[in-house]
Design a protein around this ligand. Structure first.
Ligand code: IVH
Length: 684
């Protein structure tokens, strides 16, 4: 006899899973992470296994997706579109492989390893080689006819490129929104004050379900094929042969797919892509391992929801849920006030997270997260942790009643008013001597990218400020051993190390000093451009806005910030004092290095810091070439605002696409920033 509690739990789990399915598949607006959904499903499955009397054919554990409800016509699939069973570790994968071999009575099959694309499943039907219909998965039995929208997606042929096409072929695959374009689109939405899409899959799903195909056509959707449904007149005996045929027919297939002989090689594939998860142009959430031979596949058959001949190895989620405890603010070295979220520690993609920036007042309010909310936090690859949003269903009434978070009116460090200038996104502490601002400036000055003073981290900076041994940067150069030795925890060795580090920092070249001075908009790249151009501090201080803005790679806004910095009396006095104390004010003037020898660059769209001629000259000065059209030989395509078809062409030819910031860094270093698809770059 099953107790009532368990029955209630099963009913609740089913109701909750139904609700999440609806939000995910129908509204394209999920409320919980995939991992949270999987966990609920797994819990239900475990109970049903232990208590078969509670199992039911209509349970979410036996179903795929959700029935279609949209404005599109419903179509019954000629062959069901199944889901996949999941494993989450290598043991799970090996157990599945053993089960397969047992079921094949000891035969070791060949395996195909594919990336598991996190997109929208689609079935595209070709009759005598002609596109006739495209249908979403729906609940696996029936889906929505989105033919009009799929027809306009680039790269999906209207006719198969086969001399003798099969009478019927249903191609199955994933439609996705490429990650780079997704991020650019989301940034643009944010700038226009529109809400961001949660992830590329939702954006793809939304674009695919537009009522007007013209809108879909404007989205950079793409397809990767990974299988087939019904077919008639098709002569292939295995998955690899099928993929080759699809490719020959002009259909897109994944370049990463590998056929392997041993399951150990599949494990290596899983591990490789786990470490390179963000290299592909599309989001992946795992790897799919398939039995290659169709005869073997037929022998293995399927369960009610998934084939036994394939398994999905799911990577650890990059999104997790946790509880937001507080929203705090920090005051940075420019006085900028940045709100950040403090939440219960949570393990995401291999690191424990507890804090994440909320950037500014508007972004914090747009997310509308409040202390006490269950929030979704995300960390993708090397990307900084991010609060995606909150789970509306989990908001306690008192949190709802508390109302949206508000930026404090006073600085928590000095009590002075926090101000926000008209039209600016950022808020500032109005106190130029705010102790936290000083702390951040000192730590920045001593940091690796700037003067690189060994022995001087945050803690030391804090102690020196608290003990009033320093009140500004110049005071560092007046520190005396006898004063430091009196401080708690400052022994002979530590003091000697610190003083040596400070002394050595006097010899750092001008660009490092410029970084350390904390001039608005002047980061590493700009500091190097300025130092190289002007050679010494005096020349830079003498230059006006026009001259500085004329330096390649430095625009009007930066030039104005530099001039404004030196026009401020306190800043001017500080720089004079540093010079008097023996800090070097020159750089080693170097000729422009030929960092782009052998590179062919295409420029498209408007750039902020360069006119087209300047950008071209900058490339040519460094030994590179600028051409007007994208080809296989193109090393990189620089995409500015309102870029046209060249960006599309670059995607087609899989050439690295970079933005202006990456272009500036390329000019400087001769290398593409990681993550721009330039890993296989052999020139330069
Ligand atoms: S094979 C009979 N291969 O993941 C089902 N599916 O979570 C065969 N997916 O429903 C599916 N990449 O929509 C297969 N390389 C891949 C895939 C893939 C993504 C999707 C597919 C499937 C879902 C299961």
């Amino acid at each position: 006899m099953v107790d009532a509690d368990l029955r209630r739990e099963v009913a609740e789990l089913r109701a909750e899973l139904e609700r999440h399915r609806y939000r995910y598949y129908v509204l394209s607006d999920p409320e919980v992470t995939d991992a949270a959904f999987d966990a609920l499903l797994e819990r239900l499955r475990t109970i049903e296994r232990a208590h078969p009397e509670l199992d039911h054919p209509a349970s979410p554990t036996h179903r795929v997706g959700a029935p279609p409800t949209g404005p599109f016509e419903t179509v019954r699939h000629a062959q069901r579109m199944l889901s996949l069973d999941n494993v989450f570790d290598v043991d799970g994968l090996l157990e599945w492989a053993e089960r397969v071999e047992r079921n094949l009575e000891g035969v070791t099959p060949r395996w195909t390893c594919e990336l598991k694309i996190d997109g929208v499943a689609i079935s595209v039907r070709y009759e005598r080689g002609i596109f006739v219909r495209a249908v979403t998965r729906g609940d696996g039995e029936t889906g929505e006819d989105v033919s009009a929208n799929v027809r306009v997606i680039e790269g999906i042929p209207a006719a198969l490129d086969l001399a003798d096409p099969p009478a019927l072929l249903e191609v199955r695959g994933e439609i996705f929104y490429p990650v780079a374009q997704f991020n650019a689109m989301n940034d643009a939405r944010e700038q226009a004050g529109e809400p961001r899409f949660a992830n590329p899959r939702n954006a793809a799903s939304g674009a695919l379900r537009q009522k007007d195909p013209r809108i879909t056509a404007q989205r950079p959707l793409a397809l990767i094929c990974h299988g087939m449904g019904v077919a008639d007149g098709l002569d292939v005996d295995g998955h690899t042969a099928l993929l080759s045929l699809l490719a020959a027919a002009g259909l897109p297939v994944a370049a990463e797919t590998r056929r392997v002989e041993e399951i150990g090689e599949a494990v290596a594939f899983v591990e490789h892509w786990g470490a390179h998860r963000h290299d592909p142009a599309y989001e992946i959430d795992g790897v799919v391992v398939k039995v290659d031979d169709f005869a073997h596949q037929r022998r293995l058959g399927s369960t009610s929801s998934a084939p036994r001949w394939a398994i999905a190895f799911k990577y650890p989620p990059e999104e997790q849920q946790t509880v937001l405890r507080d929203i705090l603010v920090n005051v940075g070295r420019t006085g900028k006030v940045t709100p950040f979220a403090s939440f219960d520690p949570v393990l995401v993609a291999g690191s424990t997270l507890q804090l994440a920036t909320l950037h500014n007042e508007d972004q914090a309010r747009a997310k509308d997260v409040r202390p006490g909310d269950t929030i979704i936090v995300r960390k993708a690859g090397d990307v900084i942790p991010e609060v995606v949003g909150y789970v509306p269903g989990a908001r306690p009434p008192e949190v709802e009643a508390a109302g949206p978070w508000q930026m404090p009116s006073e600085c928590p460090f000095c009590g002075q008013p926090i101000e926000r200038l008209n039209g600016e996104a950022a808020s500032y502490c109005s106190n130029i001597d705010c102790p936290n601002r000083l702390l951040e400036s000192l730590a920045h000055y001593a940091g690796r990218g700037a003067l690189d003073i060994e022995g001087m981290g945050y803690e030391t900076a804090r102690t020196l400020l608290d003990e009033q041994l320093v009140g500004n940067i110049a005071d560092l150069y007046r520190l005396r051993a006898e004063d430091l030795l009196e401080l708690d925890g400052f022994g002979d060795k530590k003091v000697a190390l610190l003083l040596e580090g400070i002394e050595r920092s006097k010899q750092q070249p001008l660009e490092r000093l410029l970084i350390g001075l904390n001039i608005r908009h002047v980061g590493g790249t700009t500091a190097r451009l300025l130092a190289r151009h002007f050679g010494d501090m005096a020349a830079l201080r003498a230059a006006d806005v026009e001259v500085i803005a004329g330096v390649t790679g430095v625009g009007q806004i930066i030039a104005e910030a530099v001039v404004a910095y030196f026009a401020n009396e306190r800043n001017a006095a500080l720089v004079d004092e540093l010079a008097r104390l023996g800090v070097r004010m020159t750089t080693d003037r170097v000729a422009v290095e030929r960092t782009l020898e052998g590179w062919t660059i295409v420029l498209t769209g408007g750039l902020e810091r360069f006119t087209r001629d300047e950008a071209k000259r900058a490339v040519e000065d460094r030994g590179g070439k600028v051409t007007s059209s994208v080809s296989k030989k193109t090393s990189a395509v620089v995409v500015g605002t309102d870029a046209g078809s060249k960006a599309d062409r670059a995607r087609e030819l899989e050439r690295p696409i970079i933005d202006e910031a990456a272009f500036v860094s390329l000019l400087d270093t001769g290398q593409l920033p990681s993550g721009t698809g330039g890993a296989d770059q052999t020139v330069g």
